[in-house]
Design a protein around this ligand. Structure first.
Ligand code: ATP
Ligand code: MN
Length: 477
């Protein structure tokens, strides 16, 4: 007999037939009621064991975490909370789980403890829900772009260019640490390395993505990205997944429209497909916030917050307007910010971004036209000569979720900018070719997938929305 997923059993259109279910025991009550979960849904199916006719030996082995297979009749449940249950006629223990030792006890565990048990935390309701939501969100990303005719591009993970400037990089090398080959002046001789040159793990697929956009029109990447930044925050990972669309002939406004439409689409898609999981996560968040002071609690419950993003346009504000707002803000005047905003040109810290989004506008914000000297070399210089067509999208509770720009398509302007910043033209010869041969206006952005998952699940630490987080001093599993 083939087993049926718990999700399908709970959604069955009929009752009173024999079924087989396989899964892991969440709880076993009164020597009679197994709450069985197989990961197909957050909901358990109740399996009623005929304890009088089941050997004591077997009953003892029905412990939290054990893998079991049950055969029995699917019947309408008399108990509250579930439509169906299984009247077990045959029970087989597939894999025992020592109740004393199994770390995932049916009680509340701290998120820190669960992180240390990332291989087992996915057996909890919260992490099962988060990981299913993450999977559906990833599918939504592909669905959105594929339906719009974007080409999915796999940009390299090992890159030979270190000029992107998006963040600190991890070196990739096959050279030995002892007896490292050196040049005459004592530097590491990368000519003898595997690739014959210095290589790194990518911090962004953008530059390669641009070359594809200048041939295929609309492309997107969705892949792993690495940053060796030693920032131990709840928003940064050393290994994360980034989505980077790039579109030929799009200007900055088109880019903002795309980003907003895309984010709203994937959230809506996920809300439709993950109702049970999101409802659970909403409850989890409410529970978590009970322990916080009133002022730190969210003003909206999770689903309300997601709906709010779907129903409201993102507020578009220039950097210059944002600086004026921040300069006049109470925390700035009362010197409550760690970094006081005095003048135009200041780089915005996350405290400023969050003030704008959470206190001032109270909705997602797109900041655009940043000062050229706090942004990357490839961004399109505006006519004023001092700002670039950059945009960052800021989300409540998250801060920056998207960073993007219209790209500098003018060869001369781009080269001049690279010279000024000391970026090696020869190294980026292939990138400059896009501006030499058939250059055109184009734009794109990078969205950190985990920051999106954070927002949708209502979690607050990025380590809790990726299966096995990589952070400074931590690469377990
Ligand atoms: P931040 O200012 O938050 O450090 P950034 O400006 O360095 O981000 P970008 O280079 O613009 O980030 O990267 C594009 C997007 O990738 C960001 O908007 C963010 O969503 C995501 N991102 C960047 N760095 C990380 C990281 N270390 N971990 C997870 N996501 C990240
Ligand atoms: Mn950025």
């Amino acid at each position: 007999m083939k087993h049926t997923k718990v999700k399908d059993l709970l959604n069955s259109s009929k009752a009173n037939y024999e079924v087989n279910a396989k899964g892991w025991v969440r709880t076993f009550r009164n020597n009679q009621f197994i709450a069985l979960n197989d990961g197909s849904t957050i909901n358990n199916i109740q399996c009623v064991v005929d304890f009088e006719n089941t050997p004591e030996e077997t009953l003892k082995r029905i412990t939290t975490g054990a893998a079991v297979s049950v055969i029995g009749e699917l019947v309408e449940s008399k108990g509250a909370g579930q439509k169906y249950e299984i009247q077990v006629s045959k029970l087989e223990i597939l894999g025992d789980s020592d109740a004393e030792k199994f770390p995932m006890q049916p009680k509340k565990h701290s998120l820190e403890f669960l992180r240390e048990n990332a291989h087992l935390r996915v057996r909890t309701n919260a992490f099962g829900a988060i990981m299913r939501v993450r999977s559906v969100l990833a599918h939504a990303v592909h669905t959105y772009f594929q339906e719009k005719g974007f080409v999915y591009v796999n940009t390299p993970i090992i890159t030979g260019s270190d000029a992107e400037g998006a963040g600190e990089m991890f070196k990739v090398t096959a050279l030995p640490f002892d007896n490292t080959p050196r040049t005459e002046d004592g530097k590491v001789n990368y000519k003898e390395d595997f690739f014959g040159k210095e290589t790194n793990l990518t911090v962004s697929g953008q530059l390669e993505g641009e070359t594809f956009a200048m041939a295929l029109g609309q492309i997107y990447t969705f892949g792993p990205t690495f940053r060796a930044e030693n920032s131990n925050t709840s928003r940064h990972l050393a290994e994360f997944w980034m989505i980077e669309p790039e579109v030929a002939f799009n200007d900055l406004n088109d880019n903002m429209d795309l980003a907003e439409d895309f984010i709203q689409y994937v959230i809506k898609y996920t809300m439709e497909k993950c109702q049970d999981d999101l409802k659970f996560l909403e409850g989890r968040l409410l529970e978590e916030e009970k322990s916080k002071p009133q002022a730190e609690r969210s003003e909206m419950a999770l689903l309300e917050k997601l709906n709010f993003v779907l129903e409201n346009n993102f507020k578009r504000v220039s950097y210059t307007e944002a600086i004026d707002i921040l300069r006049d803000s109470t925390p700035n005047k009362k010197k409550k910010f760690n970094y006081i905003i005095n003048e135009w040109g200041a780089d915005l810290q996350s405290e400023h971004e969050r003030y704008l989004v959470e206190k001032h506008f109270k909705c997602p914000v797109i900041l655009f036209d940043y000062p050229a000297n706090i942004k990357a070399f490839y961004m399109r210089l505006n006519e004023d000569g001092k700002t670039v067509r950059a945009m960052d999208i800021l989300f409540p509770g998250i801060g920056e979720i998207v960073g993007g720009s219209q790209r500098e398509e003018r060869y001369d302007v781009l080269v001049e900018k690279m010279k000024a910043l000391g970026i090696d033209e020869e190294e980026l010869w292939w990138y400059l070719d896009t501006r030499r041969f058939g250059s055109a206006v184009h734009s794109g952005f990078g969205l950190g997938f985990e920051r999106l998952v954070l927002f949708v699940t209502g979690m607050s630490n990025i380590r809790d929305v990726i299966p096995f987080p990589r952070t400074p001093q931590n690469a377990e599993f």
